[in-house]
Design a protein around this ligand. Structure first.
Ligand SMILES: [Zn+2]
Ligand SMILES: [Zn+2]
Length: 394
């Protein structure tokens, strides 16, 4: 358990209030993935307010800005995600969402505020090279990072760093881990086609619901029987659609699920087992079965150089006793992984526990301790400076 941070806040109180105001304003006006138009405008205006004019648009709603020597070829990236979730807010906060059914329930409002705070700090610091700020859309949808990459946002970057607010940990702690910290996430859709008919005459039909039920039960043995028990894997079916009425046998069933894994060989084993079970389901129930993988998120794998720099920066901000490990990889996905497939870097977690009454991330009562904004801003500024100052050694 990390020690509660007792020292003075990491940033001047005026800067913390400025960031809290930003966080609350964004929280009040949340926008879903790829619809972050107001948020992007707001970010641009705040950057301008603190004198950062080198900024440009990437994709419809992404914002990129740069600070430092424009002629330098050493560039380090800092990323914040900006999107909200389709969740109906129930926090009762005075700055709660004004859009029913949309909520910043993952802390991305805080990420934007802390990266703007870091921009302010960096404006007053001297460092070699350039710092590129990436305000990214659509993390929750899983393809915002790819759109930023396609738009050139990480061209010429030597490394990229990011952080995520995490209320599992006390405010004042930062988790830094080398290697895998977020899982591979493979979404899948199984479509079963049989033939519909009267519920009283099953012998005239091919019941897609019975085939779906059989397949779902078979899938439960993938994790228990086919992967190394030391490797964390999850196979979850989160949605089933089939049938219209009690007295008609359903001719079609659609299952949607996700596979989360933390080792490539377990991922391969589960995917090949799923394909085998789908084939045998068709044979077993006399139906046609189609399997698609509509989305894939690679695992977030922090490299050794990025992790070392992230750790040094964290130690400067919260002291070494408060730099902790998250332990085994999360089974959650994070599209920061796409950046780390292209360049060096590290994703950390900022402790921000607020109270036992606030719900977890993605819940309608999610909230975090705003003191984390100062810690995050300091870490972002520090990690950029630490990386650029050490560039010659790498
Ligand atoms: Zn999220
Ligand atoms: Zn998130």
């Amino acid at each position: 358990m990390a020690k509660q941070m007792k020292e003075a806040p990491a940033v001047p109180p005026e800067l913390l209030s400025w960031m809290c105001e930003i966080r609350q304003s964004i929280h009040h006006n949340p926008e879903l993935s790829f619809n972050e138009y107001d948020t992007a405008d707001y970010v641009r205006s705040k950057l301008k307010e603190i004198g950062i004019s080198r900024q440009w648009k990437v994709t419809e709603t992404g914002v990129v800005a740069e600070i430092g020597d424009p002629g330098s070829s050493s560039v380090v990236g800092l990323r914040a995600d900006m999107d909200a979730l389709p969740v109906k807010e129930e926090t009762g906060l005075p700055f709660a969402s004004k859009h029913t059914g949309i909520m910043h329930a993952c802390g991305h409002d805080g990420h934007v505020a802390m990266l703007l705070g870091a921009a302010f700090l960096l404006q007053g610091m001297s460092f070699p090279g350039r710092v590129r700020l990436l305000f990214q859309p659509a993390e929750e949808k899983g393809n915002g990072a790819e759109s930023m990459i396609a738009g050139g946002a990480i061209d010429n970057l030597a490394a990229i760093f990011g952080g995520h607010i995490d209320t599992h940990y006390e405010t004042g702690s930062i988790t830094v881990d080398e290697g895998i910290i977020c899982a591979f996430a493979d979404a899948f859709i199984v479509t079963i086609n049989g033939s519909a008919g009267h519920a009283a005459r099953p012998h005239e039909c091919k019941d897609a619901i019975v085939a779906a039920a059989g397949l779902i039960l078979s899938l439960q043995s993938l994790v228990s029987r086919e992967v190394n028990p030391n490797h964390a894997v999850v196979v979850s079916v989160g949605r089933i659609r089939a049938g219209e009425i009690h007295n008609v046998i359903a001719g079609e069933a659609v299952l949607e699920g996700t596979i989360r894994s933390t080792h490539q060989d377990s991922r391969t084993a589960v995917i090949s087992g799923l394909k085998r079970m789908v084939r045998s389901c068709a044979e077993c129930y006399g139906v046609q079965v189609d399997l698609q993988f509509p989305e894939f998120l690679p695992a977030v794998i922090n490299d050794s150089v990025g992790t070392q720099v992230a750790r040094q920066a964290a130690e400067k901000v919260v002291s070494s006793g408060n730099v902790i490990s998250q332990g085994p990889s999360s089974l959650g996905g994070e599209d920061f992984s796409f950046y780390l497939q292209k360049t060096k870097g590290c994703l950390v977690r900022f402790g921000a526990r607020i109270s036992d009454t606030a719900g977890p991330a993605h819940s309608s009562t999610f909230d975090f301790d705003e003191a984390v904004l100062g810690i995050g801003a300091s870490w972002y500024a520090q990690v950029a400076e630490t990386f650029l100052c050490g560039c010659g050694d790498r």
